[in-house]
Structure formats: C-alpha cells, structure tokens
Design a binder for this molecule. Structure first.
Ligand code: 5RP
Length: 220
C-alpha cells in the first residue's frame, strides 16, 4: 500500500468524527486535503468550518462548506488535522505545510484534537522531522542564534512566506525529550510567532493508517 493510499484510508475513517450540527475545525496538509475530498465524495453534512489555511478554505468552499471567521465562532468540539510526527504521549510536530500558527489557534479553541496520520508519522521521540518555527522576518537571525544555543540547527525554509506574512525556520538536529518545556522555551523567544510543537495541548485521539486498517489511540 502506498503512503497516499494510507492517507486516503485514514481520511475516510475521520468522517465519523465530524459532529452533527456543529462547527468543525479543519487543519492543513495532504492528509487533510484527502479528508476534505472524502467529505465531498460521501456528501457528509458539515454545518460550518473554521479553517487553518487559505488552501484549506479554498478546498472546503469548493465542496460547498461554509467557512466562518474564528472571531465569530465560540470554542467548538472537534478539530481534525494531520501531523509530521506523533510521539507515544500524543505530542506532535506540525508545520510541514507552514500553517502551524493558524493550526495552533484552532487547536486552542477545540475541545478535542483528532490527529489523522499514516503509520510513518509515529515516532518514539520527536525531532527527526525538522521542527518548524514561524518567525517575524526582521527577527529571523536573532531567533536562529537563540535556537542554536538550544542545540538546534535552524535553516530558513526557501520560497516560503506563511499566510501571516512570516518566515519559517526548520530546526534540525533536535532530540525532543521534554516537548512541553521546549515548546514553552521557544515560544518565549522574541520574534517567534509560533513553534510547531503541539505538546502543551497535544492530540486527544490519534487515528493512524496501517496495511491492516486504521488503528485508534485515545488519551486516557
Ligand atoms: C501543516 C501541517 C500538516 O498537518 C503536516 O505537515 C502533515 O502534512 P501531511 O498530511 O501532508 O503529511 O502541520 O502545517
């Protein structure tokens, strides 16, 4: 089975987590694109959605879903999104698609984060995937210096300006044994908009696709 097929499988399984008659939070990335595709194919009713990127908004609107402004929405029940890495404690690295800030905002508004991935995203320790950090452009070099003192090797993502007009530093070489502490530390650096560590508020349910079907992990 290809990774693409696994992504489609988990995207389909996520349909049953869409709440009826409530706003749905929708993330970004190729797995989420497949999820949106499945909503369209299966004609699943979505009352309204809040979206984590311009690309997601366009895809939702193309299948007729009403996308609403998070400022005009109350905290809501379910947010569905992919991840770049997930550890056994439901901590995640996100931001491979450069949408981490809006993803974190929507995560903070949701009661439940449902993470949809293929099995290749499950890791013992976060950090093999370079950690994305969104930065205000004029702070980039100073943020990079500070990240080096934390043991990372930050690399500016080429040709990438986020939906918020910012840049991304991808931090290589980290072995993240305390994700909550590192998330808080990096968030404190002046000029950092968001770090792609989702640990203070991680996933609540992880659906991961394998050749044997979709498995479900639930936080106790
Ligand atoms: C985008 C993200 C994505 O969820 C993450 O990059 C996973 O993407 P994909 O589903 O394409 O593997 O965080 O900012």
């Amino acid at each position: 089975m290809t990774q693409d097929e696994l992504k489609t499988m988990v995207a389909k399984a996520a349909l049953e987590y869409i709440p009826q008659n409530a706003v749905l939070g929708v993330g970004s990335g190729s797995t989420v694109m497949k999820f949106i595709e499945q909503i369209g194919i299966n004609k699943v009713a979505v009352k309204a959605a809040v979206s984590s990127s311009n690309k997601t908004t366009a895809a939702l609107e193309a299948i007729g879903v009403n996308v609403v402004d998070p400022n005009k929405t109350e905290p809501y029940e379910v947010y569905i999104d992919g991840a770049d890495e997930v550890d056994p404690n439901f901590n995640m690295i996100k931001g491979g698609g450069a949408c981490l800030t809006r993803e974190k905002i929507l995560t903070s508004m949701a009661q439940k984060f449902i993470c949809i991935v293929d099995k290749s995203k499950l890791v013992e320790t976060l950090g093999k995937f370079p950690l994305p950090v969104e930065v205000i452009p004029m702070a980039r070099e100073q943020v990079a210096r500070t990240l080096r003192t934390l043991g990372g090797d930050p690399v500016l993502r080429k040709d990438c300006i986020t939906d918020n007009g910012c840049e991304i530093l991808d931090v290589h070489g980290l072995h993240i044994t305390d994700p909550v502490a590192l998330e808080q530390k990096i968030n404190q650096i002046p000029g950092v908009v968001t770090v792609g560590l989702f640990a203070t508020k991680g996933a609540d349910i992880v659906l991961y696709a394998t050749e044997e079907g979709v498995k479900v992990l639930k936080r106790n």
